[in-house]
Design a protein around this ligand. Structure first.
Ligand SMILES: NC(=O)c1ccc[n+]([C@@H]2O[C@H](COP(=O)([O-])OP(=O)(O)OC[C@H]3O[C@@H](n4cnc5c(N)ncnc54)[C@H](OP(=O)(O)O)[C@@H]3O)[C@@H](O)[C@H]2O)c1
Length: 254
């Protein structure tokens, strides 16, 4: 599908592009013709994504950034804008699951870490790119939230609270930026096979979760999320803003 959407002349900044869903999203955006600013902390993994994206004939540059640091986010956006001249599309994908324990066993540090990566970072990143987008009256922001932002997942309170916040951040920013020509949408993935959860889903308990809670009875493959993001990054989404696109094999139906 991404091969039929033309993102030529578009500059996309993808956070968490070193592996998992972010890598897959970056490759699909590159396949559609977007030049890529790829951000994460692991240089080697980012370089692999960049090299694979470049096979599509696009320009792909890596930017090392720990998104828990607000100054690093400002620097990331400034560096990407300097390198490419502008950022047309931001995909806020970087995220962490956090420790899986009930709320009464969580520490302040557990809360701070998950909220910093999964909510504060995308908010600051979106704010930083929005300034340039408003000036150019053009831009698309796609947030990677989660079904955990729509439905409760036991032992994952910080994650669910952060992702619910990210869904609502999407809607607030969409409302604020619509008149400036900037669209803000989010995708809510269900369970996908990535390094974030491969250990759990390899266990008996993980297999039980798949059979019990996913009507399609399988995990998603990363390449099955990317087309929704490519669409939201493209003119195909020209009248979409504040949308919450669920890609979950039917998980939230149960
Ligand atoms: N997999 C799923 O089933 C699933 C379901 C729903 C939603 N999601 C969401 O999808 C997104 C991607 O998840 P994934 O499964 O692909 O996870 P993953 O394989 O663990 O990848 C996470 C990415 O985020 C980056 N990252 C983490 N902490 C960071 C930090 N402090 N600064 C900069 N980058 C950071 C990682 O890069 P470095 O380690 O190199 O920094 C990596 O590229 C997340 O927002 C996640 O919540 C995933």
């Amino acid at each position: 599908m991404s091969a039929r959407i033309d993102l030529g002349g578009t500059v996309a900044l993808v956070t968490g592009a070193s592996r998992g869903l972010g890598r897959s999203i970056a490759l699909a955006l590159g396949e559609a013709g977007a030049d890529l600013a790829l951000a994460a902390r692991n240089r080697e993994d980012l370089e692999r994504t960049a090299a694979d994206a470049a096979k599509h004939g696009v320009r792909a540059e890596i930017f090392l950034a720990d998104l828990t640091a607000p100054a690093a986010i400002e620097a990331l956006v400034a560096d990407a804008e300097r390198a490419f001249g502008r950022v047309d599309v931001l995909v806020n994908n970087a995220g962490i699951a956090g420790r899986e324990v009930p709320v009464h066993e969580l520490s302040a540090e557990d809360w701070d870490r998950v909220l910093a990566v999964n909510l504060r970072a995308p908010a600051l990143c979106a704010g930083a790119v929005a300034r340039g987008m408003i000036a150019r009256r053009r831009g698309r922001i796609v947030n990677v939230a989660s079904i955990g932002g729509l439905t409760p997942l036991a032992r994952m309170a910080p994650y669910c609270a952060a992702k619910a916040g990210l869904v609502q951040l999407t809607r607030v920013m969409a409302l604020e930026l619509a008149r400036h020509g900037v669209q803000v949408n989010c995708v809510c993935p269900g369970y996908f096979a990535t390094p974030m959860n491969e250990e759990f889903f390899a266990t008996r308990a993980g297999q039980d979760v798949i059979q019990r809670s996913i009507p399609m009875r399988r995990l998603g493959e990363p390449a099955e999320l990317a087309p929704a993001v490519v669409l939201l990054a493209s003119d195909g989404a020209s009248f979409m803003t504040g949308s919450v696109v669920v890609v979950d094999g039917g998980h939230t139906l149960t």
